[in-house]
Design a protein around this ligand. Structure first.
Ligand SMILES: C[S@@+](CC[C@H](N)C(=O)[O-])C[C@H]1O[C@@H](n2cnc3c(N)ncnc32)[C@H](O)[C@@H]1O
Length: 361
């Protein structure tokens, strides 16, 4: 929410997100500048319902041609919490029919459906007796920034990576190292933040397809002066040459490669690139990336490596492996609970001070 304040948006937290009222200019700005949101939805209707007939009638009563042209393709998404309806698929169908029937009533034509690449997405959120309808102003989720050229294993989502960097409190003046950088998501996001690059500068948005779209305002939002650009010192390493290659391509595509030094080196042998800084990493987790036993052997060694080489650094480890603090034998100064999709995770903070914070074996 703090990231929306410079746009003059006062957002309030709600379960799973944040809500705000504002102008189109602010909506365009939030889509362009939010580093942590997945999508920005425009609430257009709310009503009570008991069954599919109520849903159909309420949706058909909405003046849809006011919101988008009939030539636009459409997709309807339904999510529900404690809804009495038996089939969400049927509810989706009825909402889609109601939108199309309203167009046919008014214009004698209906929009086509496109499930994979629609121009307009209608989201319905169904609770036990209440429904809320939204038009999606983002389109493709906002974590799709348009810079991911190189593929590496188990990449973090871009908005999760940006959120992790924000949670570390990293300031662009401080050196930042990801010693298990994979495809370089954390480095790209840190670089883009320091350079004042809008995360959405390279992608289109669904608001461009809505009837209310004002191209002049959008041009102004894009032209607006950016934050002062800083030259960050970013460092990344990994043992896998393929991952480093992907990281190199991603950093180049995001336009931040000049500020990043990439090396092929094992985290257990990696020297610190500066006397102090922020280390942030997301070690392999789960069957795909290494067995539980291998990780149980690796973590104590990682703890030793941090202790020996990273005194003076704030180190952050993001993992779904809740055994980590015990196995790494370092005392975390913070544990921040987070979700990576459906996976419960933690961001652990370890302040490495020479000769302290060591747990007995
Ligand atoms: C989960 S991935 C990191 C993904 C990355 N955060 C991203 O978003 O693209 C873990 C990475 O650790 C690397 N790795 C595994 N063992 C390593 C070691 N001993 N030293 C350095 N890197 C290692 C793997 O090659 C892999 O790229």
């Amino acid at each position: 929410m703090a990231e929306l304040a410079p746009l003059g948006i006062a957002a309030t937290a709600v379960p799973g997100g944040a809500t705000f009222a504002g102008t189109w200019e602010q909506c365009y700005g939030a889509n362009l500048w939010s580093r942590v949101a997945s999508r920005i939805l425009w609430r257009i209707a709310e009503f009570d319902y008991r069954n599919e007939h109520d849903l159909y009638a309420a949706v058909r009563a909405i003046d849809w041609p006011r919101y988008f042209r009939v030539e636009r393709t459409l997709r309807v998404n339904v999510t529900a919490q404690k809804s009495p309806l038996k089939s969400l698929e049927f509810a989706t169908l009825r909402i889609k029919d109601a939108v199309c029937d309203r167009f046919r009533d008014t214009l004698g034509k209906r929009p086509s459906i496109d499930r994979t690449n629609p121009d307009v997405r209608v989201h319905a959120f169904l609770e036990s007796a209440h429904a809320t309808l939204y038009l999606d102003t983002s389109g493709e989720p906002l974590f799709k920034r348009g810079w991911r050229a190189g593929a590496a294993d188990a990449p973090l989502r871009e908005n999760l990576a940006a959120g992790l960097i924000m949670l570390t409190g990293w300031q662009p003046e401080e050196p930042l190292l990801d010693p298990m950088c994979g495809g370089g998501t954390l480095l790209v996001e840190a670089g883009a933040m320091a350079r004042g690059r809008a995360p959405g500068a390279k992608r289109p948005f669904a608001f461009e397809k809505l009837a209310a779209f004002d191209a002049g305002t959008w041009d102004e939002v894009k032209r607006e002066a950016q934050a002062a650009e800083r030259a960050p010192q970013l460092y990344g390493s990994d043992t896998d040459p393929k991952a480093l290659n992907a990281a190199r391509r991603n950093l180049a595509e995001a336009g931040v490669e000049r500020w990043v030094k990439l090396e092929r080196v094992d985290v257990l042998e990696r020297p610190a690139p500066a006397a102090s800084g922020v280390l942030v990493m997301n070690p392999p987790y789960g069957e795909r990336m290494g067995s539980a036993d291998e990780l149980a052997r690796f973590y104590p060694q990682l703890g030793d490596a941090l202790k020996q080489r990273f005194a003076g650094w704030r180190c952050y480890i993001f993992t779904a492996d809740l055994r980590l603090p015990k196995l790494i034998r370092l005392q975390p100064s913070r544990r921040i609970p987070l979700w990576n999709g459906a996976l419960e995770c933690r961001l652990y903070e370890f302040e490495i001070v020479a000769g302290s914070h060591r747990r007995p074996k």
